[in-house]
Design a protein around this ligand. Structure first.
Ligand code: RTP
Length: 142
């Protein structure tokens, strides 16, 4: 999920492009104004943290871009591409390392396990996602 700061700052294209160029397949994408209860459900494991309220307010402060990416090792590799939670600890070349300074404005969320990827897909895409499996061939040749 590209968080509201990433959308407002015009980073959507760059971020999508990084995952595309890596070779991952975009399975779902939408611009979405998050209802408060969706943000609370997504971050319910952090409900006892002192920053939880600010985090929920941040996520609902503007539209986010929800995405599902597919491919070999995508969850672990996406975490590497995203970088450490605190952008000051993120390596240059990662999304947070390149674009962020504040932990509370760290541009992007990525699922931390395949199981949480499934859980979060159900939260953010309750309408379901349609997988597509065409080869490149029909898009290159008439
Ligand atoms: P995310 O879920 O967004 O990918 O982040 P994460 O796994 O790297 O980090 P997590 O510990 O799950 O925290 C979720 C989000 O909460 C905000 N946060 N603020 N003020 C703080 O100390 C603090 N710590 C975490 C960040 O936006 C973080 O991404």
């Amino acid at each position: 999920m590209i968080k509201p700061d990433g959308v407002q700052r015009g980073l959507v294209g760059d971020i999508v492009s990084r995952f595309e160029r890596k070779g991952y397949k975009l399975a779902a994408l939408k611009l979405y104004q998050t209802p408060k209860q969706v943000a609370e459900e997504h971050y319910k494991d952090l409900a006892s943290k002192p920053f939880y309220k600010d985090l929920v307010n941040y996520i609902v402060s503007g539209p986010v871009v929800c995405m599902v990416w597919e491919g070999k090792g995508v969850v672990a590799t996406a975490r590497k591409m995203i970088g450490a939670t605190n952008p000051l600890a993120s390596e240059p070349g990662t999304i947070r390392g390149d674009f962020a300074i504040e932990v509370g404005r760290n541009v992007i969320h990525g699922s931390d396990s395949p199981e949480n990827g499934e859980r979060e897909t159900a939260i953010w895409f309750p309408e379901g996602i349609t997988s597509w499996s065409q080869t490149m061939e029909p898009w290159l040749k008439e």
